[in-house]
Design a protein around this ligand. Structure first.
Ligand SMILES: NC(=O)c1ccc[n+]([C@@H]2O[C@H](COP(=O)([O-])OP(=O)(O)OC[C@H]3O[C@@H](n4cnc5c(N)ncnc54)[C@H](O)[C@@H]3O)[C@@H](O)[C@H]2O)c1
Ligand SMILES: O=C(O)C[C@H](O)C(=O)O
Length: 332
């Protein structure tokens, strides 16, 4: 067994955390040979609830979980952490867009960026889940200048998983037969879920997703809209935002970041844009990335047709607008 690593989950008394903590603590992210010390951050008001979560983690009797540090102090929460799941933030309610949360949530990510800068390991890998996730990740990284910008990412893996599941159902194959779906842009209703470079295994043979689906109109309309609006559909049904699937996606994202992607496979992550595919620079934009040795790289040279280019421009513009709004709030 290796030495334990420290992992922080913020919003630890909330609903996503209630699923994610179990998944992380049982080894789904860092593997079955990596012991963990879990740091749990929430606000002072939630410390009583957090005590119950700590009791339940103990009662799970998980062999990899060395200890748990519940706290309302960012200095304690971020001390020496190797990975940070930044979940804690207000979720949207029915009728809201995720960017409506900007004013309420962006300051949290300024404060947590500062705390990461001061207390975390310099190689900490940060996943922002709290919405609006892309712009919060950008703000967080700006306030942590001593940590490389590539260590800050935003979650679009839930959108990728949703898209994968839609394609699998349409073709009538297990979800594991679908790979290389791309989510471009913002984790918002302007995102562009793109199956044009995806692959599907049908009758034991890997084929391009568009030939497996055989319905281009569906791919351009129903598929795109269903994924774009899935978060809202879950809120309408559950009266609360997605939690179990969000927790699973966060674990998928960080597992792949630490453990890498298989040859020829890519996943989608919100990362700092370098302008690839004509996107605006210096926003956190979701791209297809391949990962090895803990480093992601934007996959280059994929075909992007005019339909896709238009959609990339729309979601890129929204991210630029969010960036202006966010910095106006944190600089006020
Ligand atoms: N990126 C995605 O795909 C995705 C998916 C699902 C949900 N989300 C977002 O994740 C966030 C959390 O959702 P949830 O359902 O767990 O919400 P929740 O309300 O159940 O839990 C949020 C928790 O965060 C805590 N919190 C608030 N401010 C904090 C701070 N400054 N420091 C630490 N903790 C703080 C709250 O006290 C609460 O316990 C929301 O913003 C939601 O929109 C993102
Ligand atoms: O849609 C939301 O507000 C929650 C989350 O971002 C989701 O995609 O389910």
């Amino acid at each position: 067994m290796s030495e334990p690593i420290r992992v922080v989950v913020t919003g630890a008394a909330g609903q996503i955390a209630y699923s994610i903590l179990y998944m992380i603590a049982k080894g789904d992210v860092f593997g079955p040979n990596q012991p963990l010390i879990l740091h749990l951050l929430d606000i002072p008001l939630m410390m009583g609830v957090l005590e119950g979560v700590v009791m339940e983690l103990a009662d799970c009797a998980l062999p990899l979980l060395v200890s748990v540090v519940p706290t309302d102090d960012p200095a304690v929460a971020f001390k020496d952490v190797s990975a940070a799941f930044l979940v804690g933030a207000m979720p949207r309610k029915q009728g809201m867009e995720r960017k409506d949360l900007l004013a309420a949530n962006v300051t949290i990510f300024k404060v947590q960026g500062e705390a990461l800068d001061k207390y975390a390991r310099k190689d900490v890998k940060v996943l922002v889940v709290g919405n609006p996730a892309n712009t919060n990740a950008l703000v967080c990284s700006q306030y942590a200048p001593s940590i490389p910008k590539e260590n800050f990412t935003a979650m679009t893996r839930l959108d990728q998983n949703r898209a994968q599941s839609q394609i699998a159902a349409k073709v009538g194959v297990p979800v594991a037969n679908v790979s290389n779906i791309i989510i471009w842009g913002n984790h918002s209703s302007t995102q562009f879920p793109d199956a044009s470079n995806a692959k599907v295994v049908v009758n034991g043979k890997e084929v391009p997703a568009p030939s497996a689906v055989q319905d281009d109109a569906w791919l351009r309309t129903y598929f795109v809209e269903t994924v774009q609006k899935r978060g809202a559909a879950v809120i309408a049904a559950r009266k609360m935002s997605s939690a179990m699937s969000a927790a699973k996606a966060a674990c998928d994202h960080v597992r792949d970041w630490f453990q890498g992607t298989a040859p020829g496979r890519f996943v989608s992550m919100g990362v700092l844009s370098d302008g690839s595919y004509g996107t605006p620079k210096d926003v956190i934009f979701s791209f297809p990335v391949s990962i090895s040795n803990g480093k992601w790289q934007i996959v280059q040279g994929l075909s992007v047709d005019d339909f896709a280019k238009e959609r990339l421009a729309i979601t890129g513009k929204e991210l630029e607008e969010e960036r202006s709004e966010a910095f106006a709030v944190v600089n006020a």
